[in-house]
Design a binder for this molecule. Sequence first.
Ligand code: FNR
Length: 347
Amino acid sequence: MSETASPSGRRKDDHLRLAHDQQTAPSRRNDFDDVQILHHALEGLDADQVRLDVPVLDRTWSAPVYINGMTGGTDRTARVNRALAIAARETGIAMASGSVGIALDDPSTAPGFRVIREENPDGFVMANLGIGRSADHALRAVDLLQADALQIHLNAVQETVMPEGTRDFSRWPQALEAVVAASPVPVLVKEVGFGLSRRTLTRLHEMGVQLADVSGVGGTDFARIENARRPGEDYSFLAGHGQSAVCCLLDAPTPAPQLLASGGVRTPLDVIKALALGARAAGVAGAFLKPAYDGDAEHATAVIRGWLSQLTELMALFGAETPAALTGTDLLLRGRVREYCELTGLD
Ligand code: FNR
């Protein structure tokens, strides 16, 4: 596999490098900072009582945090996938691949994705594919990873900034319906860092989508990444566009698919806040890319182990024996989040 010379392969390597650069940028404030957990000094539990496992559809995940879809398709990104897959196996958390579209178009790149299943034969693995692909591609994506679920990403803002991106989004709903009907495993629809609105979540529910990751703004910013990659016209005005995971969760309709949250989850405290706002689990991309960037599986494993141990401690501190119990947490909403609630009529 030597895909680095192809345009798609170069794009994957660029994404990895530019997303990693964003992790080291100084200002990382986001809407999770406007969610404050009210401290109750006598409500804590014994950490030994805390259970991290969480029901997701008809399965149980061992923890309410997972490695979100990132990469694959080049030698460089295969090393990152290998490190993340080993970390997922060692810590027992679920993991998604990056978009396997490149491997469907060029099978010589498939080993960089297969490594995820090879290193983690019994784990919960999700295959990721962009919206707009056929039902046949969806089946091939699931088959490639022997996947337990299929992540379909909606990325209209990213496509708009990409010079080679599509400008025709009109057939996405029909394409998604066909994939949902054909998929042998549950379909999880996600954004890539711009958020899923109330209206979008309702449409997904009506299409029979059972699981959605709101993936909001405030973490890795693909408008900035694509803008940095493109020559010529400047699209930097789209940086920061979209809704945060916090606002998406607050604004989520009922009924809706089961909700996962990602986008700017920087610490175990952000995971707790996402769960308190109704997410089943929180997805982490950029913050887990950081330790896996050089292919260091031990470092990635140690970081994720640390998160799971801190999650347990925080749940004891906040008096929640299970992730579901966190939905009873007293929260104060400040700043931009409060303004969002006021403007959208949420109280
Ligand atoms: C991503 N993301 C992503 N999402 C997706 O559905 N398919 C993909 O192929 C990719 N590729 C990708 C590459 C890299 C290097 C990163 C960091 C991220 C988006 C990711 O799953 C997530 O939605 C956003 O990154 C927001 O989460 P974080 O990074 O703020 O935790």
